[in-house]
Design a protein around this ligand. Sequence first.
Ligand code: G1P
Ligand code: ZN
Length: 540
Amino acid sequence: MTAIQTIAFTDQKPGTSGLRKKTRVFMGPHYLENFVQATFDVVGCKGKTFVLGGDGRFYNDRAVQIILAIAAANGAARVIVGQGGILSTPAASHLIRLNKTDGGLILSASHNPGGIDEDFGIKFNMPNGGPAPESITDAIYQRTLATTEYHKLSAPDVDLTRLGRSHAGAMLVDVIDPVNDYAALMESLFDFDAIRAMFARGFRMRMDSMCAVTGPYAVHIFENRLGAAQGTVTHATPLPDFGGMHPDPNPTWAHELMAEMMGPYAPDFGAASDGDGDRNMVVGRGIYVSPSDSLAVLAANAHLAVGYKTGLKGIARSMPTSAAVDRVGAAMGLTTYETPTGWKFFGNLLDAGRATICGEESFGTGSDHVREKDGLWAILLWLNILAVRGGSVAEILAQHWAKYGRNYYSRHDYEAIETARADAMMANLRGKLPTLAGQTIQGMTIAAADDFSYTDPVDGSISARQGVRVVFDGGARIVLRLSGTGTSGATLRLYLERYQAGPNGLDVSVQTALAPVIAAAEEIAQITAQTGRAAPDVIS
Ligand code: G1P
Ligand code: ZN
């Protein structure tokens, strides 16, 4: 027996902006329901087809059932859902595009920890496979304030363990293998034969899936299809609490991988990805690859993969990402777009065919194959490049720096600063901007200083106040902005960069190479005096 119930929001109803919140907030009365009903009210539901899945974190299983019941009651024609309610973010983006659906709902809080006392999240992706633009997310939020009721099918849970078609009321539910279509897409882009041959010659890899969603994808692609040794993928089973790991692929949180790659028995290549599979970190034997350098190497060598053999249409990077990829773009005669932080700004460029590869310093890289960043894609492109070029990660980096010069780069994060102090610091800095050009600080002369404003070349929309940047003669640069994703207080991100031309580079550590830039940042922004912090909490 199935029946459609209409449930009034009787309790005080919070506006639901979606994105990321504590799991218990999502589990609270009607919170998820309100967001989902509002989303369907805004984007339409009757007769439509959606993709649905998430990264398997705590509450994923219940949330999927709730969404199916609301979709059915609102007249959706069909929902394509990953078996067990599982889909990585890039796989969901691909399925939306492949099946030409009306969009999709993705359950994840990305790289944030999972569990009943940790984080949960939901977002709506558009028919192009990319996250909904602000106009839609704002409309959804407004709708969550205005709705008075939601509709849900009263029926037993849909069995998501078995592949195949079933019904929820009149709505079709197609439970699909989460990995197959995505793996086929990867096989169409990369030379799997060459990578397989490399593994057959004894190439060794370590992939740390951090108990998050990429486990099954990585085992299937690396071990089953490409012949990497069994056990190559560690922490390969997605767990509701990610086994207590913080599934954020950076040297701090992926420390097990870092220790192995820097140790005496390091394999040839190491990689990690995050909760929902859109981020990646790449490490060679004894050498860490910064995401900005990774983007530059991938752009310079993408033509070695079959999916990119005709070349790139353009390159895009977020403003705080280092200029390493700009040098590749310039050498190839390509436009390199500089966008504000956040993946959504790449979507228009990809849709318009202006860019093929894009990336951020925050461990996100991707291309026009989907409309999300894609961790396994980046790792496979690295493998493809290694398989075709031969040599080690260290050699590829050394050759890259010898050709283009090196952009020493680091990000310093100051977390949970009192919001008022962080705001005051930024206001003070912004006030100084007009006077900075021409000043010499730490022996470096400031060429330009501004607050980054972006005019989207496709739709002309303007995003102002996207971060303060101070550029010095010779290519050194300081960027300061406040995080838009932090959950307690304010997080100040200080991005530091210094360019060194020539084949030999500086024979010092990255932080040492950046010492004058770090000192200049302190002198200009007065971080310690303004925030009371003597040192950053996280350095990446
Ligand atoms: C951070 C990263 C940014 C990324 C975003 C979502 O945002 O810096 O590059 O797009 O997470 O993954 P932030 O906290 O800096 O606003
Ligand atoms: Zn993510």
